[in-house]
Design a protein around this ligand. Structure first.
Ligand SMILES: [Zn+2]
Length: 236
């Protein structure tokens, strides 16, 4: 194999690793956002449950106030009843008292329902609170892991970039720019082996016999007739 081709293959291998590491590195902020978004969703659900419990409790307190009002009214009716000398007024007060007591019964029944609902809402709050705490713990671990991954990837990309730059200096500029141009236009690989004896492993088209022979001879850089990638005869 041509020495330059051997160098280009090593360069390509470093370029590929560098690109993969960079893609991973660029994806880390997305992962961070996903963790934060899940945490936010969980907190919002928790907040909603707490609000529901507060709402039930305040509704129950409203009923309590209404019961107190009714009791005050009953005491007034009773006073009035005790003071009146008119029979019809006495009876009217009796009806009022009876009606207010019925109202109180209704209000207290509703209060009991709300108390049950409040207990259930509180249980849901407690369950969700445990979930939030657990998720916060998981998210904290994930964030530590992401930071560690970021440090590793930054070190890798830094080292690979240096290795790429060093190797590039040793490669003749014409071949280097050909390689860079093909890599740029193909996006994946610029140099590929010939497979099955006559097929380009880049575009998977058949290669002419002349090109295969030239690649096998290994005296010059040879290109696929179809896609233009550099092709080489794989060493046994
Ligand atoms: Zn090809």
């Amino acid at each position: 194999m041509l020495a330059t081709l051997g160098q280009l293959l090593i360069l390509q291998e470093r370029d590929v690793r560098l690109r993969r590491a960079q893609i991973e590195l660029n994806h880390l902020p997305v992962e961070e956002q996903q963790i934060a978004a899940r945490l936010a969703t969980q907190s919002a659900e928790f907040e909603q449950l707490k609000q529901r419990a507060r709402h039930i409790e305040s509704e129950r307190k409203q009923l309590e106030l209404q019961v107190a009002d009714k009791e005050t009214a009953i005491r007034k009716f009773q006073t009035h009843q005790a003071q009146t000398k008119k029979n019809d007024e006495y009876q009217a007060m009796g009806h009022e008292i009876e009606r207010a007591r019925k109202d109180i019964d209704g209000l207290e029944e509703r209060e009991l329902v709300l108390m049950d609902q409040y207990d259930e809402a509180q249980k849901a709050v407690q369950t969700e609170s445990l979930k939030v705490k657990e998720y916060e713990r998981v998210a904290a671990n994930q964030q530590v892991e992401l930071k560690r991954k970021k440090a590793v990837l930054e070190e890798q990309t830094g080292a690979l970039a240096v290795a790429v730059a060093e190797l590039q200096q040793q490669i003749p500029s014409a071949e280097l720019s050909t390689y860079r141009r093909i890599l740029q236009s193909k996006g994946d690989l610029a140099i590929v082996p010939i497979i099955h004896g006559n097929t380009c492993n880049g575009c998977h088209m058949k290669i002419t016999q002349a090109t295969v022979s030239a690649a096998r001879a290994g005296n010059k850089i040879t290109h696929c007739d179809d896609c233009g990638r550099i092709v080489y005869w794989p060493q046994p």
